[in-house]
Design a protein around this ligand. Structure first.
Ligand code: CA
Length: 228
């Protein structure tokens, strides 16, 4: 039985083969597109559960594909990038990608990211975003009351910590960039130390919620809440 359908948008034959073989032995169905145009077409016709997208495509930049796909679908997109530079990953995430992998990656890592993306999709992000109560492991957020509980015990958060937590929760499974978070939780704070203060808020939030296992740091990029 197949575990899901994956669309791989990648022009490098070697990596196509590597990903294809990995998906096959792990019982995923997949299709491959070798350029952006084909990828966008298959995203509509194949209707995959997850898209794996190379950012360096021959006809268009991968971020263009994200923009296009996001105009009609919220399918999880995992970006694959050869570049060590974080900037292209950050812009891909800001365009709506969910996660990223840096080449060269190992196949276990790829499969782990796919599992996270599938869980995220199955959890139905839209439903999560709209329901009145959010739960993840020991954590409960009652949006209507504005209260947060860990194992049933109420935890008192500052206004910014609460905003930050809600933002991570509503985007569970997704990597959120520093800029995205700062834009959402602070108005016009572009100070040089805002990254530092964000780190402090995340550290405090983690401590209060005992959440070091599911509020994850992506160094140089941002933060993510994992689905437990
Ligand atoms: Ca490429």
């Amino acid at each position: 039985m197949n575990k899901g359908t994956i669309l791989v948008i990648e022009d490098d034959k070697k990596i196509q083969n590597l990903i294809g073989t990995t998906l096959e032995i792990s019982n995923y169905a997949y299709q491959i597109a070798s350029n952006a145009e084909q990828g966008i077409l298959k995203a509509t016709s194949y209707n995959p559960d997850v898209i794996i997208l190379d950012l360096g495509l021959p006809d268009k930049d991968g971020t263009e594909v994200i923009k296009k796909v996001r105009s009609f679908s919220s399918v999880p997109i995992i970006v694959v990038s050869a570049r060590i530079d974080n900037d292209d990953k950050i812009s891909a995430l800001d365009e709506g990608a969910d996660d990223y992998l840096t080449k060269p990656f190992n196949t276990e890592e790829l499969l782990a990211r796919i599992r996270v993306a599938m869980r995220h999709k199955n959890n139905n992000a839209e439903e999560t975003a709209q329901s009145a109560v959010f739960t993840n492991g020991d954590l409960t957020i009652d949006y209507a009351k504005g209260c947060v509980y860990v194992s049933g015990e109420e935890v008192h958060l500052t206004a910014i910590e609460y905003k930050l937590l809600c933002l991570l929760a509503k985007n569970i499974g997704k990597v959120l960039t520093h800029n995205h978070i700062k834009k959402e939780i602070w108005l016009d704070d572009n100070g040089a130390d805002s990254q530092l203060s964000l780190r402090v808020f995340v550290t405090n939030l983690r401590k209060k919620l005992n959440a070091s296992n599911y509020i994850i740091t992506h160094i140089g990029i941002g933060y993510r809440m994992l689905q437990l």
